[in-house]
Design a protein around this ligand. Structure first.
Ligand SMILES: Nc1ncnc2c1ncn2[C@@H]1O[C@H](COP(=O)(O)OP(=O)(O)OP(=O)(O)O)[C@@H](O)[C@H]1O
Ligand SMILES: [Mg+2]
Length: 498
């Protein structure tokens, strides 16, 4: 299992606290006794030195002081003469005088224990320190024997048991202290680890989000320490990265668009060349064939010769139209073509175009009509180019009238615009072709277009002219036929001055 930083830190501090507490406990158990006894010995020696200093031969003068010291050390003080007589404590003198005999036997009796050898040594000026067991009560006693003036010996005794009792109390007390310290330690450690790890956990969360390229999360800086600074750096890094990646994405997007555009242009160029060569192939083949026929004199009669020449002229005418249309289209699509706009009467223009086509309508038996909201409707636009638009629409319409042979031009005048529509009876245009028919060289019915000499550039030219006029345009299938329409800007309903 992966341990979190918080747990690790918590356990570490807890372990450290426990080790320190255990060490203290260990030293207490192991060395406190001997240390305490050593200290006690030192203190007994320093008291003996003190008594040596204040004792000038007259014991009565220092009674009170000796009693005070006895109370302080929890022991007793004895002063004996060189022959074993007890000079102090005074009240026990008879009793201790008797006990004093023990000295000859090797000890000072009930309370006092010093061997003759030791006494001799003390009398030579040495201080002797030892511990012995009380012969009756099995109590360990600490004893210091030190020389005084006038060949007297000072013996200070203190029970080790009283010392041990103190030590046991301390040991007991220590266990409580250790338990309480451990509990407080756990609580403090918990709080401390939370304080230390909480910012790191938050930093980690932000960094993880950043790793997933999510830069919306920021580190909330609450302290000015190293972690706070790290948080600030992380925020700065996040902002920089976010900005740079954004820029990169944008550049990438643009690059993709450019590549796509380039590809599209390339495709269009290729399509265009293939379309142009395809459109030229048939007339050139025809011209070539008929010209060779003429040259080889395969035909004798003048009628056939005329037919040959007509085919050649007709095909040459188609080629010339194609070239003209291509030039037109490239001009309009160049992006710097400017229209020659003027005010003119759209009704008059429509009439003019229809009149031009009159012989063809008659020849093809087409019923033509024109509906106008007004006799004269002034619009603003490039008259020549808009004539081209009308010619193209009418030309298309008359080639697609079907069996009904109806062609209808309508000029509708609205509040601020004019809608011109050209309707022809005939079959519907499939919905999925409606958008594509405005593309260059796009023909819905290729064989039919070939018959009337269509190259598929007409609607493309129309679209470009209308776009330059910012006019809306379109086509819809209506009652047994189709209707092409486009809008023009109206000068003014009342102002028919054009
Ligand atoms: N009124 C119409 N009814 C039915 N289909 C039409 C009509 N007008 C155009 N189309 C279809 O749209 C195609 C594209 O028309 P467009 O005018 O661009 O080319 P075209 O008439 O074939 O040749 P061009 O106009 O260059 O001589 C035509 O080939 C035809 O199939
Ligand atoms: Mg056309």
């Amino acid at each position: 299992m992966r341990r979190s930083l918080k747990t690790k830190l918590f356990l570490s501090i807890l372990l450290l606290t426990s080790i320190i507490l255990s060490l203290v406990w260990f030293f207490n158990v192991k060395f406190l006794d001997s240390y305490y006894i050593e200290r006690k010995k030192d203190s007994l020696i320093s008291y003996s030195n003190y008594i040596k200093n204040i004792y000038k031969g007259d014991i009565e003068k220092i009674y009170d002081e000796l009693e005070r010291i006895e109370n302080l050390i929890g022991g007793n003080i004895t002063i004996v003469t060189s022959n074993g007589e007890i000079e102090y404590p005074v009240s026990y003198r008879p009793q201790y005088g008797r006990m004093g005999r023990g000295l000859v036997k090797g000890g000072l009796g009930k309370y006092i224990s010093i061997s003759r050898e030791d006494l001799k040594e003390v009398l030579t000026g040495k201080t002797i320190l030892n511990t012995f067991k009380h012969p009756k009560f099995d109590i360990e006693i600490l004893s210091v024997a030190a020389p005084l003036n006038n060949n007297k010996v000072l013996i200070i005794q203190s029970s080790v048991a009283s010392i041990k009792e103190g030590i046991d109390i301390i040991k007991d007390y220590y266990i409580y202290i250790a338990i309480i310290s451990l509990i407080i330690g756990i609580i403090l450690t918990f709080i401390l680890t939370k304080i230390i790890t909480e910012p790191i956990v938050r930093l980690n969360k932000v960094a993880q989000k950043m790793a997933n390229l999510d830069f919306s999360h920021k580190y909330k800086v609450v302290s000015r320490d190293e972690i706070g600074q790290l948080g600030e750096s992380l925020n700065y890094l996040s902002e920089k990265l976010s900005f740079t990646i954004n820029e990169l994405n944008k550049a990438n997007e643009k690059l993709k668009e450019d590549i796509e555009k380039e590809r599209r242009l390339d495709r269009m160029r290729k399509e265009f060349i293939s379309n142009v060569s395809h459109e030229l192939k048939t007339p050139i083949a025809l011209i070539k064939g008929y010209a060779e026929g003429l040259k080889d004199n395969v035909i004798e009669d003048i009628e056939s010769k005329n037919f040959y020449c007509e085919v050649i002229m007709d095909e040459a005418e188609k080629m010339s139209k194609l070239v003209k249309d291509l030039l037109d289209l490239s001009q309009l699509e160049s992006g710097h073509y400017s229209l020659n706009k003027e005010k003119f009467d759209i009704c008059e223009l429509a009439d003019k175009v229809l009149n031009k086509y009159r012989p063809i309508f008659d020849e093809k038996n087409i019923k033509v009509s024109i509906k106008k909201d007004n006799d004269k409707i002034c619009v603003y636009g490039d008259k020549t180019r808009l004539e081209q638009v009308l010619v193209n629409f009418i030309n298309n319409a008359l080639n697609h009238t079907g069996a009904e042979r109806v062609l209808e031009v309508t000029i509708k005048q609205l509040a601020n615009k004019v809608i011109v529509s050209i309707y022809n009876s005939g079959s519907f245009i499939p919905e999925d072709e409606i958008d594509r028919m405005w593309e260059s060289f796009y023909k819905i019915d290729k064989s039919r277009a070939r018959k009337y000499g269509g190259t598929g550039l007409g609607l493309s030219i129309v679209r470009n002219i209308l776009k330059l006029h910012n006019s809306d345009y379109g086509v819809r299938n209506i009652k047994n036929g189709v209707e092409f329409w486009f809008e023009l800007k109206l000068i003014s309903i009342d102002n028919n001055d054009c």
